[in-house]
Write a protein that binds this ligand. Structure first.
Ligand code: ADP
Ligand code: MG
Length: 695
């Protein structure tokens, strides 16, 4: 009998492994470091490195690497073998505390937004002791932060760790003030649901647009798409099952509790979700998960598409970020408990969340911005670009009553029913499911649904932690100095009432996709930022700088650098799309059209006046489309060339979004029109049908 969970965590140097392999004083020193209570000294580091090396060699590892998360949104690594020649030129394995703690990957080519002048272009990596070391493909991977010579953060992990610290401090303050003095720290818990598409590898290889840009730049709709909803939660195809089995085994070995998997709405679309964990680790694990999905797909003759919108007219993919705050003794501060209306702490944390989101909606929207996500957010697809919160009827009622000073009778829930006789205990779900909402309260956590499927979840959680830290610190300041606990609690409820009255506009329970909501949101004064490049403006706005420098999460220069990097990235991505489209049209589309036109022209010439209408129609149709594609491309390239000369600024990015992207969409229509009549004798680019129904 195969034991599927036998190897769980076998590739992680986790706490159990450390406890077993490290001398006791070393282990406790490491624990103290993780809990932020002390710094790691040289001897401890050497001892840990030694044990780690032995463990890694036993597992067949040959190399080690400092695994880090540059601002590209992916991960980076540079491998070093464990082996060195000794004085007799014999091989000697070597891995010191210094190797473990600090690395100099150089890596001067990563975008730094001017943070690293070329004369000191070096970047340094430092071990993040809070995230476990793991082995992947015979390489011992050490999660690290990546900083410049001057200590400015060059990656996505360093600010996230700083934001956790800030949030922990603020949340602990509030919890302590509300009477629970045992709590010493808090952490954000995050569960990331990951959507993706799978297509046959051969089709992927034959589509340059998918390979170079992540999305199809054209493609006529397949005769069947998702109208029957027959894919959603359907039985998983055999090939995909085999793939998922491998993915799960790989993830389990890496200590990732991969938990749920199912078909998504679109054909060929799937979702995988692990059990939630501390946010820093959850973000690391999501990066690993994306990597495992991609590589396992390759082994199975498949391609895993993580891009936000690979196919036009078909649902895109997102990444749901489930967020809660948990104390060091395991209490979830968003957990309503049996009597939420009397649960002051719960009310305070939910109200803090509402205020935080309502105060910084643009920052949150920006954290989900990338070129790919522009095709989802604000483009008639889930979720809209307008940030709002959906609480669900139950919590909404409690908060409304709180404002009115009324006590909610939670025992009377009209909607409670027993669907099956014989079940006396039916766990109650405190959440109505409004799938159109970008932020929803779902039971004991807030689910942020704007993130794009390809993105690192780091920025979103950095923002969530930071805006919660700020709001909770403000609340703590109001509560501090009040002498008696009952007065503190009364004051806390007062604060909640004020928050609800002042931040009501962010709450919305209707259909987030509807046109009427866009107008309503405008009336309420909620921002609706359509494009990612526009959203990056928030990064150096005064209130953002004040918030994030105040909490020690970013410096002003680091924020400016991020704005520059993300804007440049956007501009480059549009450039790549234009060039890819141009190449595909010139090398594949127009030649196929011309060949097909020649074929019909020959038939026409042979038949003379007796040629059937079909042939004449094809000749006029195809030659007309050739002109449209050709002229469209010419126009696109002229407009693009004029923009490409401009500086890498937000303005240039917005011009690309408004003036260049629509031109690509126009050409797409003509190619699609040709594709829908093209013969496969001439046209060889894999179709939507090949890709979406080819599993
Ligand atoms: P759905 O698709 O209905 O949104 P899933 O079960 O697919 O739900 O995913 C829910 C995600 O939320 C999982 O990753 C789960 O581990 C995570 N989660 C559950 N409770 C919490 C919590 N308290 N804090 C953060 N994440 C949580
Ligand atoms: Mg979800």
């Amino acid at each position: 009998m195969e034991k599927p969970f036998e190897n769980f965590g076998s590739m992680v140097f986790n706490e159990t492994e450390m406890r077993e392999r490290l001398p006791k004083p070393v282990y406790s020193q490491w624990k103290k470091t993780v809990c932020n209570e002390s710094l790691l000294d040289r001897q401890t580091a050497d001892a840990i490195a030694h044990a780690m090396k032995r463990w890694a060699l036993e597992k067949g590892a040959t190399h080690y690497t400092h695994w880090f998360q540059p601002m590209t949104g992916g991960t980076a690594e540079k491998h070093d073998a464990f082996i060195d020649p000794d004085e007799n030129n014999e091989p000697l394995t070597h891995f010191s505390g210094k190797n473990l703690i600090k690395g100099e990957p150089d890596a001067s080519s990563f975008p730094s937004g001017g943070l690293r002048a070329t004369f000191e272009a070096r970047g340094y990596t430092y071990w993040d002791v809070t995230s476990p070391v793991f082995i992947r493909d015979n390489v011992l991977c050490i999660p690290t932060v990546f900083v410049s010579y001057n200590g400015e953060s060059l990656d996505k992990k360093d600010p996230l760790l700083k934001s956790v610290k800030a949030m922990s401090h603020a949340a602990t303050r509030v919890v302590n003030l509300l009477g629970d003095k045992d709590v010493r720290s808090c952490n954000a818990s995050v569960g990331l649901e990951q959507e993706y598409f799978l297509i046959d590898r051969a089709a992927f290889e034959a589509r340059r647009d998918l390979k170079l840009t992540g999305r199809t730049l054209f493609g006529a709709p397949a005769p069947k798409a998702q109208e029957l909803d027959d894919h959603y939660f359907g039985s998983i195809p055999v090939r995909v099952s085999a793939f998922m089995k491998d993915v799960n085994e790989e993830l389990w070995k890496l200590g990732i509790y991969s938990k749920t998997e199912h078909n998504e709405v679109a054909p060929g679309q799937f979702e995988i979700a692990p059990v939630f964990t501390e946010c820093n680790i959850a973000v690391d694990q999501n990066q690993l998960m994306m990597d495992v999905l991609r590589k396992t797909a390759e082994k199975h003759g498949l391609a895993c598409l993580l891009y936000e919108k690979p196919f036009e007219g078909i649902n895109g993919s997102g990444k749901h970020n489930n967020y809660s705050i948990i104390t060091d003794n395991g209490q979830n501060l968003f957990s309503p408990g049996e009597k939420p209306s009397e649960n002051v702490r719960f009310l305070v944390f939910v109200c803090a969340f509402i205020k935080a989101v309502n105060t910084y909606p643009e920052l949150l929207r920006m954290s989900a911005s990338c070129a790919g996500n522009d095709h989802r957010l604000g483009a008639n697809e889930a979720p809209p670009a307008i940030v709002s919160i959906y609480l669900g009827e139950y919590i909404e009622r409690i908060l409304t009553d709180l404002v009115k000073g009324k006590k909610t009778d939670v025992t009377k829930d009209a909607r409670e029913f027993s669907p099956i006789s014989g079940l006396s205990y039916i766990p109650r779900d405190n959440n109505d499911r409004n799938r159109t909402s970008p932020v929803a309260f779902t039971g004991n956590k807030f689910e942020f649904r704007m993130l794009g499927s390809s993105m690192s979840a780091s920025m979103t959680n950095t923002v969530l932690n930071s805006i919660m830290a700020k709001t909770l610190n403000d609340i703590a300041a109001e509560l501090e100095g009040i002498k008696y606990l009952q007065d503190v609690r009364a004051k806390a409820l007062d604060i909640c009432r004020t928050i609800l009255q002042e931040n009501n506009k962010i709450l919305f329970s209707g259909d987030g996709y509807s046109e009427s909501w866009i107008r309503e949101a405008e009336r309420r004064g909620l921002p609706n930022i359509r494009s990612s490049v526009e959203s990056y403006r928030i990064l150096d706005r005064a209130d953002t700088v004040a918030l994030l420098t105040g909490l020690g999460v970013y410096t002003k220069t680091e924020l400016a650098a991020r704005k520059a990097i993300y804007t440049e990235e956007y501009i480059h991505k549009i450039g790549i799309e234009v060039r890819t489209l141009t190449k595909m049209i010139n090398e594949e589309v127009l030649p196929a059209m011309t060949e097909e036109l020649t074929f019909y022209s020959n038939a026409y010439n042979a038949a003379g006046n007796a040629a059937p209408a079909y042939i004449k129609d094809r000749i006029t149709g195809i030659s007309g489309l050739i002109d449209q594609v050709y002229n469209g491309l010419d126009h696109l390239n002229k407009v693009y060339a004029s923009k490409a000369k401009k500086p890498m600024s937000t303005e240039t990015g917005i011009e690309l979004y408004n003036e260049v992207c629509p031109l690509m969409d126009e050409i797409r229509v003509f190619i699609n029109e040709y594709e829908s009549i093209a013969s496969d004798r001439f046209y060889h680019i894999p179709s939507y049908e090949d890709m979406l129904f080819g599993l």
